[in-house]
Design a protein around this ligand. Structure first.
Ligand SMILES: [Zn+2]
Ligand SMILES: [Zn+2]
Length: 357
């Protein structure tokens, strides 16, 4: 028998290196995998009971949400994967599901495959996963009604950025179970996220948590959407606007640069040069029209080279130019010594040093 040589890597056929056609098994798997797999898997799950919708029918949950997701991915793979012509049989050995946020994640699928002459191989595929949250008919019935409220999450000047979407999703996942479970459908829109909430009280409660945690602005409106048995059916819309500022941002507050140290209890905590802390409420923030964020270019990274009785000497770490500033024109944070690196902003002729790095 003529020994085969792999057309890709040039290694010969030998025990432990089986061949599929003119390729060694390793190269074959790298080139062709074992099957044509779906580019993305979409799963619909009930946020209340974790039932799964498979081809139009709702199936009861399989233990935890993660187990349910795994079962869903397995069903999708087995029904949609098209094994390569050389493959006699494929099966799923293991699935690990990792969620990036409530709606998106990836499934790592370990497939087993059998070729002719009993050759077997393992192959790992990573497939993007989209999870849609829709209440199943039984939970919808149990809830006894349709959604009472829509929570619209939007950005400071309209659109919610990708970072803000991620942060909001993270916060929502940390909600207490009884609140999280009231979130039905989550609609991703260009301008933000629309959450459909089972009842008005929960919607308000979620909004108030976002207000406290992010200093969001909350505006509630009502609309009569129909009548049932003579009673007006009201839909509540709660608009939650999320400030653009984040911890660590340098902003201008009362004409002075300050660092955002955090947001909690609907208060924004700021630290000015000199270390003085101050705070403003969410209401004050929105009434003042927000806070100007100092752009990255304006923030200097400086190193203190010397301090005399009336001058501070600094080295600009970006362009290695030197600065000497009268101490009367510099607002310092704590005591500085040569070698300290600091963040600073020049504003109306004064150097504001906003803390060491
Ligand atoms: Zn090869
Ligand atoms: Zn359900």
């Amino acid at each position: 028998m003529v020994r085969k040589i792999c057309a890709r890597c040039g290694r010969p056929e030998e025990p432990g290196r089986p061949f599929i056609g003119n390729l060694c098994l390793e190269c074959y798997l790298e080139e062709k995998g074992v099957a044509k797999l779906p580019g993305e898997i979409e799963v619909t799950i009930c946020p209340r009971c974790s039932s799964l919708r498979v081809q139009g029918a709702w199936l009861p949950p399989e233990g935890s949400v993660e187990e349910t997701l795994r079962a869903a991915v397995e069903a999708e793979i087995l029904s949609k994967a098209k094994p390569n012509p050389e493959v006699r049989e494929i099966w799923v050995e293991n699935i690990v599901v990792g969620m990036e946020d409530r709606n998106r994640g990836v499934a790592r699928v370990l497939l087993g495959a059998r070729f002719h002459r009993g050759i077997e191989a393992r192959y790992e595929a990573i497939i993007p996963l989209r999870v849609k949250h829709v209440l199943c008919p039984s939970c919808l019935r149990k809830a006894g009604r349709a959604y009472e409220a829509i929570l619209q999450l939007r950005g400071e000047d309209g659109r919610l950025s990708d970072d803000e979407r991620r942060e909001v999703s993270r916060l929502l996942r940390r909600l207490p179970r009884h609140l999280y479970d009231t979130i039905g459908e989550v609609e991703e829109k260009r301008e933000g996220l629309d959450l459909k909430i089972l009842d008005q009280a929960s919607a308000r409660s979620i909004a108030s948590k976002l207000r406290s945690r992010l200093a969001a602005k909350v505006v509630e409106t009502h609309k009569v959407v129909g009548r049932r048995g003579g009673k007006a059916k009201v839909q509540t819309t709660i608009l939650v606007r999320i400030p653009r500022i984040r911890e660590g941002d340098i902003v201008i507050y009362k004409d002075r640069p300050a660092v955002i140290k955090g947001i909690s209890g609907n208060r924004i905590i700021l630290e000015e040069a000199g270390g003085r802390r101050t705070s403003l409420s969410g209401e004050e923030f929105w009434e003042s029209g927000g806070l100007e964020i100092v752009c990255e270019k304006e923030v200097k990274v400086l190193m203190v080279t010397a301090i005399t009785r009336d001058l501070i000497y600094l080295l600009d770490m970006d362009n290695y130019s030197t600065l000497d500033i009268p101490l009367s024109k510099a607002r310092l944070a704590g005591t500085l010594k040569p070698g300290d690196k600091v963040k600073a902003v020049m504003r109306s002729g004064e150097l504001h040093i906003l803390g060491k790095i």
